[in-house]
Design a protein around this ligand. Structure first.
Ligand code: HEC
Length: 104
């Protein structure tokens, strides 16, 4: 069941065009609004408000972290410690682009 959902999402992601530079700015804004309650969102923040939540810099530095992996994480919503945040596919792409930009 879960693997089916992941494969479905992977199929959707495969058809999504690559993100543009301005999406990173939008993603940063969204992350500050939606994720900052728990995560350290900005590049110079290392300590998240919620200790168990990894800073986005840490997420970006995770080996093998890709936009596709972030898309799955942010749309599958199967992690018990994450609230069910409803994000559009565009929001997810923008936030993923922002998070990944921290690792560059
Ligand atoms: C209510 C608190 C909360 C909010 C809001 C929240 N998160 Fe999280 N998030 C967590 C916690 C806690 C974890 C750690 C879960 C674990 O691994 O046990 C986590 C884990 C993650 C991970 C996985 C990191 C990894 O490598 O395992 C990602 C990616 C992530 N969050 C992104 C986001 C994004 C993007 C948003 C905003 C759209 C967001 N989160 C909003 C609490 C939150």
């Amino acid at each position: 069941m879960r693997i089916t959902i992941v494969l479905m999402i992977a199929g959707i992601i495969a058809t999504v065009p690559t993100v543009q530079a301005q999406d990173i700015k939008q993603g940063r804004q969204l992350a500050l609004e939606v994720c900052a309650a728990c995560h350290a969102v900005l590049a110079d923040q290392s300590q998240s408000p919620i200790a168990e939540a990894p800073s986005f810099e840490t997420v970006a530095a995770t080996p093998g972290m890709t936009a596709a992996a972030l898309n799955v994480w942010l749309t599958a919503q199967d992690h018990p410690t994450m609230p069910n945040i409803v994000l559009s596919q565009t929001d997810v792409q923008d936030i993923s682009a922002y998070i990944l930009s921290l690792g560059e």
